[in-house]
Design a protein around this ligand. Structure first.
Ligand SMILES: Cc1ncc(COP(=O)(O)O)c(C=O)c1O
Length: 348
């Protein structure tokens, strides 16, 4: 399909304006000559709607478009206490006059008297915040189940009182939110056309999978062949790719396309998240310092720093050939630079 045909499919979807698109896309001249590749950056840290943008705004334009259409009063969402997704959801809700409710899992201990990073912003935005501490010997799945049970009960109570609620899943990665990155894919194709380039690789951070799946669906519709490398911020379980195939196919159905996603549409790197989610790595810290010191751009230690470390690793090891056209999709998250010091790592 061409750009106009894909645009036509996207225009049928309910969407509300929250961010500033297209986000900037340009070449990093200094790092390109140092690395021997043509390195471009897509600045989704500039999506808006305030200083602290990020990839979730693309998804929220579709998700909250539906929430408003459904007449929602409260919007529930979930994540870690330093969740970028939660913070962007809260900001977006405020713009639309919706009441945000967060159920957040504390991977690191929070101090009510000294709030940091996104949790501080959530409070400034006046979100209703429920923090769930992880219990000893409890798996991530079990703690997530526990807060989902609490959130569902809360929603039921509100609904019984006549208040309409809208629930956004972790990272906004359902078939509605993911459309935001199909649209993002179209956006970057148009920007590449303007610059007269054709990407060989696009690297980006991967969490709940909506970014990865939306881009892969966009590529499938467009019929292009660059490699999309989704760099995990955590270890995904064995069923993850299968569920992303299903998500991608649901997106295609929603868009009215008869194309089919398969496992081969996804390429994930799960070797750069160590030691774990919200745990800094030396490679990630070095990558953050490099981009900051060579180009004046800030990444974060949880997602984009590790994704950029992966890109550097692929270039240095020759997995990405010299002279390639490589895009780094900056998904935001630099508020983590002001989070608890356990998350931050060694940055100077
Ligand atoms: C800064 C940043 N980059 C990347 C991601 C991953 O996006 P997705 O959840 O769509 O995989 C997230 C998710 O929260 C994020 O906050």
């Amino acid at each position: 399909m061409n750009i106009a045909e894909i645009k036509c499919l996207l225009e049928k979807q309910k969407r509300i304006t929250l961010g500033f698109f297209p986000t900037p896309f340009y070449k990093l001249e200094r790092l390109s000559s140092q690395l021997g590749v043509n390195l471009y950056i897509k600045r989704d840290d500039f999506t808006g709607q305030n200083l602290f943008g990020g990839n979730k705004i693309r998804k929220l334009e579709y998700l909250l478009g539906q929430a408003v259409e459904n007449g929602a009063e409260y919007v529930f969402t979930y994540g870690a206490t330093q969740s970028n997704h939660a913070m962007q959801t809260v900001a977006a809700c405020r713009k639309l006059g919706l009441k945000p409710v967060l159920y957040l899992l504390a991977f690191v201990e929070t101090d009510e008297n000294d709030l940091k990073g996104n949790l501080l912003l959530d409070k400034i935005f006046g979100a209703e915040v429920h923090i769930i501490n992880t219990l000893p010997n409890e798996s991530l799945f079990e703690s997530t189940e526990r807060y989902m049970v609490a959130a569902k009960k809360h929603m039921k109570q509100l609904e019984a009182g006549g208040h309409r609620c809208y629930s956004i899943p972790l990272g906004g990665s359902n078939s509605i939110g993911t459309i935001g990155f199909v649209s993002g894919y179209l956006e970057i194709q148009q920007q590449m056309n303007l610059l007269g380039i054709k990407a060989d690789y696009i690297f980006h951070a991967n969490g709940s999978g909506g970014t990865m799946t939306g881009l892969a669906v966009g590529r499938k519709l467009f019929g292009s062949s660059e490699k999309l490398i989704a760099v995990g911020a955590a270890k995904h379980d064995a069923n993850f790719v299968t569920s992303m195939v299903e998500l991608g196919n649901n997106v295609l159905v929603r868009l009215g396309s008869d194309k089919i996603m398969t496992k081969e549409d996804f390429e994930m790197d799960e070797e750069h998240f160590a030691p774990g989610y919200e745990m800094p790595s030396e490679q990630g810290s070095e990558a953050i310092k490099l981009l900051a010191r060579e180009e004046g751009i800030l990444l974060d230690p949880v997602y984009s720093g590790k994704a950029f470390a992966c890109l550097l690793d692929y270039v240095h090891s020759g997995r990405v050939q010299q002279g390639s056209d490589v895009i780094f999709w900056h998904t935001g998250g630099a508020t983590a630079l002001f989070a608890e010091k356990e998350i931050l790592g060694n940055l100077f």
